[in-house]
Design a protein around this ligand. Structure first.
Ligand code: CO
Ligand code: CO
Ligand code: CO
Length: 322
């Protein structure tokens, strides 16, 4: 945000969602009938297996398009890689993993660009289309809406433990499987059920992204701590001291913005601020449709989906955890 202040505001009327907003992706109107949605994301490896890293990075990059209710069409690889030390095979596995995810999503890879860098980074720029021109933003939450989360939390804690060799093989497998899962079905279903607002849960954690939603919607978001899907192993790893720097920053930033009931444990609050990679969608939908939407999500294999909170007229705190 701060670094863009020298750049004058956008005055092109075709930019419907741009950098003045905190939304997941930008929206541009090509002509009366066609609106495109664009995003870019990349990060350093979070798992050891190159192909899996590629799959997670692709699922993560596509997620912003899904959060806006878009249909991704094309993608470009963004690669920073130490070819001389790690060799081309590792990179080729990363790219293969990403390509497989794109294929699953029905997205065409158009190309990409690589620069030599001692620390590998990978991600994609993705372009999608908005069918019927419709899109969801952070700002659409209505009073009385219920909040649905589609993936469990704890990925930041688990991948930090993994880096330190302290996450079991079965736990890593579980976490990787969650991070590799596309948000495509969840996106399609939320549109079907007329969701009012949506975002995907990534680096700012559940509460950080919820805070953005509360500000954009001018509403208070209330969470039911006992209903939040959490990979239970994260509690144990948290007790061992595994909590990423990014999650700590989230917690510090959000501290004053959250009212939390005395029954909510510190650990649960920490997990609600844990930085996620390729997390689920946080969907705001009218109360009379929420239960049916969760039932449908589960039916389509998004089994951790749950109603995790509701939306109230703006109160003293933008976020409440009970
Ligand atoms: Co996002
Ligand atoms: Co993003
Ligand atoms: Co180039």
């Amino acid at each position: 945000m701060q670094v863009l202040h020298n750049i004058p505001p956008n005055n092109d009327p075709r930019v419907l969602v741009g950098r003045d907003y905190t939304d997941d992706a930008g929206v541009f109107e090509l002509d009366r009938n066609t609106r495109i949605v664009q995003t870019v994301d990349f990060f350093t490896p979070i798992v050891d297996d190159p192909e899996s890293y590629g799959r997670i990075a692709a699922a993560n990059s596509l997620s912003d398009i899904y959060a806006m209710g878009g249909k991704p069409l094309t993608a470009l690889n963004i690669v920073c890689f130490p070819l001389k030390t790690l060799g081309p095979e590792v990179l080729s596995d990363i790219l293969l993993g990403a390509w497989k995810k794109l294929k699953e999503a029905g997205v065409s890879l158009l190309g990409g660009h690589t620069v030599e860098d001692p620390e590998p980074k990978f991600g994609l720029a993705v372009t999608g289309i908005l069918e019927n021109g419709k899109f969801l933003t952070l700002g659409g939450c209505k009073p009385g809406d219920q909040l649905i989360l589609t993936k469990p939390l704890g990925m930041g804690i688990i991948t930090t433990a993994l880096k330190n060799g302290k996450a079991s093989e079965s736990l890593v497998k579980k976490a990787v499987n969650i991070m590799e899962t596309l948000n495509d079905k969840a996106s399609r279903l939320m549109k079907e059920y007329g969701a009012n607002a949506c975002t995907d849960i990534t680096g700012y954690g559940l509460l950080g992204h919820a805070w953005e939603m509360s500000v954009a919607s001018k509403m208070t978001l209330q969470f039911y701590s006992k209903e939040i899907p959490i990979l239970q192993e994260a509690y144990k790893l948290l007790k061992l001291g595994f909590y990423p720097g990014g999650s700590k920053s989230n917690l510090n930033f959000l501290h004053e913005k959250v009212y939390w009931a005395s029954s909510v444990t510190n650990e649960t609050l920490q997990i609600m601020c844990d930085a996620q990679t390729s997390g689920g969608l946080l969907i705001s939908v009218s109360q009379n449709k929420a239960q049916e939407l969760v039932r449908k999500l589960k039916q389509e294999g998004i089994s951790d989906s749950a109603i995790v909170g509701d939306v109230k007229k703006s109160g003293v705190h933008p976020l409440v955890v009970i």
